[in-house]
Ligand binder design. Structure first.
Ligand SMILES: [Cu+2]
Length: 165
């Protein structure tokens, strides 16, 4: 039931919802289901998406996910947005004179039947100017923009990366 033309209005509503203090005259709001960090819409599958707790005082966070292309067209992620971040970018890691540094990336490609994996130390999402600190237990709304105009919306949990052992 989601139409292209509705997106701007939806995002305005999201922003409004964030600006309205939680403690107004409304009776207790239903408890929101925890963010799953997953999505399966028939042509794209996302598993294990999450964002890191923010790093004060810089208001930064990074996000990760595995996107699997289960459709019949390439999935080219060209942007990311969150109603809880002033701006967000796709980032990749490159080695510069022996030091790994992050750089903005143009896009992430999940070819037909393939996948793209974002993980600490590699490709990631980067979030700036967070509207509030991101702490474990919160759910963060994300929108991934695709080159062909489609988008993927999901809610992801805030958590630390699983320790690699
Ligand atoms: Cu980065």
């Amino acid at each position: 039931m989601r139409h292209l033309g509705m997106r701007p209005r939806l995002s305005r509503l999201l922003v409004l919802a964030l600006l309205v203090p939680a403690a107004c005259s409304q009776p207790a709001e239903p408890v929101e289901a925890p963010a799953s960090g997953s999505l399966d819409n028939g042509w794209a599958k996302i598993e294990g998406a999450y964002v890191r707790p923010s790093l004060p005082p810089h208001d930064l966070s990074a996000g990760f996910f595995v996107l699997e292309n289960i459709g019949e067209e390439d999935l080219v992620v060209v942007g990311v947005e969150s109603a809880m971040a002033g701006s967000a970018e796709l980032h990749t890691m490159v080695e510069v004179q022996g030091v790994m540094r992050m750089r903005p990336a143009e896009s992430f490609l999940a070819p037909i039947g393939g996948r793209v994996e974002l993980a600490p130390g590699g490709n990631h999402l980067m979030f700036f100017d967070l509207t509030e600190a991101w702490v474990e237990g919160m759910s963060i709304p994300l929108v991934l923009r695709l080159a062909d105009g489609r988008s993927l919306e999901l809610k992801v949990p805030v958590r630390l990366p699983e320790s690699s052992s």
